[in-house]
Design a protein around this ligand. Structure first.
Ligand code: F3S
Length: 395
């Protein structure tokens, strides 16, 4: 199959629009050729991941600086969490060295015209595609949310391929940009009542572990909040590499219902919880807001913290996007959280901040956060409801 390019795309490939655009177009074309795409298609927005200096390192930063010499975004482009709150990093225990390097990363993106939102929930922060829109997003939880909950079309981009789409305004038409690759393959009948973000995360863990990248069609949920769905998306993408699912009566895409059926029971949820609970966990870190907390979630936490004080020896992070933090400041939530001894941390999260060695045990409502806490930071974990997390923090 031959990848056909338009005159404009050919010009980009020849370097007529500058060095960075040429390099970016080379990446887009290479991916198109590898995956057998017939053409490139315009995207209306991009979400870039790979922002924390902790993951990127000096080599990654060098690449960004090179692209920033003459690269400019052509579509709305937003940014995943960085390794620290870009303003209040010092009080969260981040070193001067790290802060300086992290700032250099964000500066390079800003130079290219990227909107430096630093959040994994761009859809809550003004990067909200509509049903059927083609986009190029990295960040597995946001990709899953965009494809499934919104009904937009995106592949799971990596950091460099997302940046390439941002600088060219196009992506290769393959994978989840094509309807035939979005059809459900296995049905999951959920026979348990799910009540909270942690339980939706556990369901994501179960289906992710079982499904082997087959697209799930989930029944038995009936109703779910945006916050519960973002928790499910983060988890099913982490444990199963899932980029799209269908949830009967909840998500908007239409698909034939697969015959192959699996059952998820209350017992499966209990087992999944037990897998994430380390018996000998000594909880000294409580983190909620993975994916980044909405203003509604923050308001609820403020209620839970009223008149309470975080116990000495425990650190509490509520992670969110900067615009949400600004709103929380305006609403007085920030003052109440900080007065209780917890931190409202913007731009970062417990998985991408440089936290290794600082804590031993994490309690969270997020199955995805447990995965990274164990794998990257070697923390012991416990997964609980947000209410239980806050209770643990102040008891
Ligand atoms: Fe977002 Fe960090 Fe969780 S990027 S999905 S808060 S691990």
């Amino acid at each position: 199959m031959v990848l056909e390019l338009t005159i404009e795309e050919k010009k980009m490939l020849k370097g007529k629009q500058g060095k960075a655009t040429r390099k970016a177009m080379e990446i887009v074309v290479a991916l198109g050729e590898i995956y057998g795409a017939k053409r490139l298609i315009p995207v209306s927005s991009v979400q870039i991941a790979g922002v924390s200096y902790d993951n990127l390192g000096e080599a990654g930063l060098e690449y960004l600086n090179e692209m920033a010499e003459d690269g400019q975004t052509r579509v709305l482009t937003t940014l995943n969490p960085a390794g620290m709150d870009m303003v209040e990093w010092k009080k969260h225990g981040i070193s001067e060295d790290f802060a300086e390097n992290q700032q250099r990363v964000v500066d390079a993106f800003e130079k290219m015209g990227v909107v430096t939102t630093c959040t994994c929930t761009p859809y809550l922060m003004g990067n909200l595609p509509h049903y059927g829109e083609h986009i190029a997003w990295a960040e597995s939880s946001a990709v899953c949310f965009a494809n499934s909950v919104i009904g937009a079309y995106t592949n799971r981009e990596g950091g460099p391929s997302a940046l390439a789409a941002a600088l060219t305004g196009v992506t290769a038409e393959y994978g989840f940009h094509l309807d035939e690759n979005r059809v459900a393959q296995v049905k999951y009948d959920v026979l348990a009542d799910l009540m909270s973000t942690d339980e939706f995360g556990l369901l994501g863990q179960i289906i992710g572990n079982r499904t082997g990248k087959q697209i799930p069609y989930i029944t038995g949920i009936g109703n779910a909040t945006t916050d519960e769905l973002k928790s499910f998306c983060a988890s099913v993408a982490t444990y199963g590499g899932i980029a799209i699912f269908h949830m009967e009566k909840v998500t908007p895409n239409r698909t034939p219902i697969p015959e192959k059926t699996e059952i998820v029971t209350e017992e499966d949820l209990n087992k999944a919880r037990a897998e994430l609970d380390d018996k000998e966990a000594n909880i000294d870190f409580i983190s909620v807001g993975c994916p980044h907390a909405s203003i509604k979630e923050i308001a609820k936490i403020v209620d839970m913290l009223k008149g309470k004080k975080v116990t000495e020896g425990k650190t509490v992070w509520i992670t969110t996007a900067k615009p949400t933090k600004d709103l929380a400041i305006k609403m007085g939530y920030y003052d109440q959280i900080e007065k209780a001894g917890a931190y409202l941390v913007a731009d970062a999260c417990c998985a991408v901040a440089p936290l290794k060695g600082r804590f031993t045990g994490l309690m969270t409502d997020s199955a995805k956060a447990c995965y990274y806490a164990r794998g990257k930071n070697k923390f012991k974990t416990e997964i609980r409801t947000v209410e239980e997390c806050i209770k643990e923090a102040v008891s």
